[in-house]
Design a protein around this ligand. Structure first.
Ligand code: TRP
Ligand code: SF4
Length: 330
């Protein structure tokens, strides 16, 4: 049986961290064997909110490719590409925009939300309003049936299905209605116990070296009531323990008990954690070292992924143009 098609994307807005890894990327890596996968670095989507300062966009795209490849996305299994190099996506975005009612976009919860939250960014733009339409074009150009995403993207997926349905109804069945596949996530707190997020400055980046990781773990906040080594601790309120649950699979139950009994100090507990995080990330770190010293390989991988993605996109656009009765002169 032919493998089902998956499509997903991430905005290149700077280096990924472990929260992004356990929230999305780890799923993508796993899905590569079961599905035919298209993974897109969605630089146009990054522009919808970041158009005022594009100075780092190019570097961020390369950085995203390095993060993805070192985390285990495999160009021999998946098609990895850069959105803005597939002009067919822009054409589909335009054609779909003719059919999408304004009210669908205006009532999208992420639209209203972001307008409020990013007030300083001046995103009351035509491009940002069209964000979900652009996302639908990403998905539909590759006729993806399944889209692995986080919960925050469910509204966008619902819109993509509505947009596909409307097109199919008006011009004949062309697109499968894409289903969201919720990422299985491992909950990892930030270094300070809040949600891991770049804006809180509490992350471990996929690109952090072992030394940096050790230092970050050393400065993590623990149970404030555990001051001396043999004070009994409360692992449930301790972010170090939150990390142990993810990185110390075989030992974390023991660590819990010893902490509660006051049998281990936080310094030793963190040392153990740093060792485990570093050894978990070692294969990623090695791959990264090989990649960063060989930029031309990264470019070649993106080029060949983009070429593959383009071929598939061309076919869809040909079909769409025909169904909409556009005159073909070439
Ligand atoms: N909007 C998605 C996000 O912020 C990124 C994205 C763009 C995407 N195009 C996509 C995700 C297509 C899935 C499929 O995470
Ligand atoms: Fe947290 Fe470990 Fe200290 Fe317990 S011993 S409070 S789990 S750092």
């Amino acid at each position: 049986m032919a493998k089902k098609r998956i499509m997903s994307g991430m905005r290149p807005t700077g280096s990924l961290h472990l929260g992004n890894y356990f929230g999305a990327l780890e799923n993508w890596v796993r899905l590569q064997d079961e599905y035919q996968c298209f993974f897109s670095i969605v630089d146009w989507h990054a522009l919808t909110t970041g158009y005022e300062d594009t100075a780092e966009l190019k570097e961020n795209i390369i950085e995203m490719a390095i993060d993805w490849l070192s985390a285990g996305l495999d160009p021999n299994k998946s098609t990895i590409f850069v959105q803005s190099n597939i002009k067919e996506i822009a054409e589909l975005h335009l054609l779909l925009s003719m059919t999408v009612p304004l009210s669908w976009l205006e009532r999208c919860p992420t639209y209203k939300d972001q307008l409020l939250q990013l007030r300083e960014k001046n995103i009351a733009t035509y491009g940002f309003l069209g964000y979900p339409n652009l996302q639908a074009a990403d998905i539909l150009i590759h006729k993806a049936e399944v889209v692995p995403v986080g919960e925050d993207q469910l509204a966008h997926l619902e819109l993509s299905r509505e947009i596909a349905r409307r097109f199919n109804h008006m011009f004949g069945v062309t697109f499968p209605e894409p289903a969201a596949k919720l990422n299985q996530i491992k909950l990892l707190p930030g270094l300070d116990g809040r949600k891991m997020s770049k804006s809180y400055n509490n992350t471990i980046a996929l690109s952090d070296s072992p030394d940096v990781i050790r230092e970050k773990v050393r400065s993590m906040i623990t149970d404030p009531q555990k001051i001396k080594k043999d004070d009994p601790g409360h692992p449930d309120v301790c972010s170090v323990y939150g990390f142990h649950k993810v990185f110390s699979e075989s030992e974390h139950k023991d660590i819990y008990d010893i902490c509660v009994q006051g049998g281990i100090g936080c310094v030793g507990c963190k040392k153990k954690l740093a060792d485990n995080v570093i050894s978990y990330m070692a294969p990623m770190y090695e791959k990264r070292q090989a990649l960063v010293s060989d930029k031309s390989t990264i470019i070649d991988i993106l080029k060949s992924g983009t070429k593959q993605a383009k071929e598939a996109a061309r076919e869809t656009i040909r079909e769409v143009r025909e169904k909409m009765n556009l005159l073909e002169l070439e």
